[in-house]
Ligand binder design. Structure first.
Ligand code: COA
Length: 168
C-alpha cells in the first residue's frame, strides 16, 4: 500500500478538494448540499482559512490529493471563538487506509496549537463511518437532532459529537 503525507492545502489543491467533495454531494448524505459546489464557492472557502481555521490535504505518494480536512468557526458570536467545527473528506476510492484518521489527528494538533478549546463534530446519523472515525479519535456523542435534514427524499437525523482539547 502506498504512503501518504498530510500538509496544508494550497490554492493548487482546490480543484481536487472540490472533486472529492462533489462526489459526496451527488452520492451521499454525509453532506446535505444538493447542488454541486462551484469553483468560486470553494475559492471563497479557501480565502477564509487561516492558522486557526486551517485547510489540509492528504497527498498520495504519486502526488495526487486524496483527502482533505478543515476547521471552521462553530458560530460567529465572539463568545464561541474557542470552538471550531471539523470537516474531513477522503476520496471515495481511498477509504480505510488511515487517511481520515491522520487528517483528523493533525487537525486536532493544529487546533490545540491555535488555542482552540473544543472541536465540534457530527454527521448525518446514517453515516456510520464518519461517526466511527470521530469516536476513534476521542470525540463523544452529545446528542441527536431528529429529522433536521432532508436529502434523497428522506428525513435525516444529525448526531453531534464533541472533543474537548487536552490542555498542554
Ligand atoms: C468518514 C471518512 C472520512 C473516514 O475516512 P477513512 O480514511 O476511510 O477512515 P480511516 O481509514 O482513517 O479509519 C479510521 C478509523 O475510523 C473508523 N472507520 C472508518 N471508516 C469506517 C467504516 N466504514 N465503518 C466502521 N468504522 C470506520 C475505524 O475505527 C477506523 O479504524 P480501523 O480502520 O483501524 O478500524 C470517509 O469514509 C469519508 O470521507 N466519508 C465521506 C465524508 C464524511 O462522511 N466525512 C465526515 C464528515 S465531516
Amino acid at each position: 500500500m502506498s504512503t501518504f503525507t498530510v500538509r496544508p492545502a494550497t490554492a493548487a489543491d482546490l480543484g481536487a478538494i472540490r472533486d472529492i467533495y462533489n462526489y459526496y454531494v451527488a452520492h451521499s448524505t454525509c453532506t446535505y448540499q444538493i447542488e454541486p459546489e462551484t469553483a468560486d464557492e470553494r475559492a471563497a472557502w479557501f480565502r477564509e482559512r487561516s492558522a486557526k481555521y486551517p485547510a489540509t490535504v492528504a497527498q498520495d505518494s504519486d502526488g495526487a490529493v486524496i483527502g482533505w480536512a478543515s476547521l471552521s468557526p462553530w458560530k460567529s458570536r465572539c463568545g464561541y471563538a474557542w470552538a471550531a467545527e471539523a470537516s474531513v473528506y477522503i476520496h471515495h476510492e481511498h477509504h480505510r487506509r488511515g487517511i481520515g484518521k491522520a487528517l483528523l489527528l493533525d487537525l486536532i494538533e493544529r487546533a490545540r496549537a491555535a488555542g482552540l478549546h473544543t472541536i465540534i463534530g457530527g454527521a448525518s446519523s446514517d453515516q456510520t463511518a464518519s461517526l466511527a472515525l470521530q469516536y476513534a479519535v476521542g470525540f463523544k456523542e452529545m446528542g441527536v437532532f431528529r429529522e433536521v435534514g432532508r436529502k434523497f427524499d428522506r428525513w435525516l437525523d444529525v448526531t453531534y459529537t464533541q472533543l474537548i482539547l487536552p490542555s498542554v
